[in-house]
Write a protein of this length. Structure first.
Length: 72
């Protein structure tokens, strides 16, 4: 009796896992198939990164002494 209950629970767990993961897998595949969407995300990330670098890099250069300070 215990073995059959265990088998039933394993089957039910498998069904629950499949039902839970299936929509996630489908959405993942939709995103992966949309190359235009992925390219737009990469382009936006690159723009954000460049903006941060333009603000941060001059500070880093000054901190490590690569840029002459504007002090008199």
């Amino acid at each position: 009796m215990l073995a059959s209950s265990r088998g039933h629970l394993e089957d039910e767990l498998g069904n629950v896992m499949t039902a839970t993961l299936e929509p996630i897998q489908e959405r993942y595949q939709q995103i992966m198939d949309d190359k235009g969407y992925l390219d737009s995300i990469l382009a936006k990330g690159a723009e954000d990164c460049q903006r941060r670098v333009r603000r941060t890099l001059p500070k880093v250069y000054r901190k490590v002494g690569l840029v002459e300070s504007a002090r008199g």
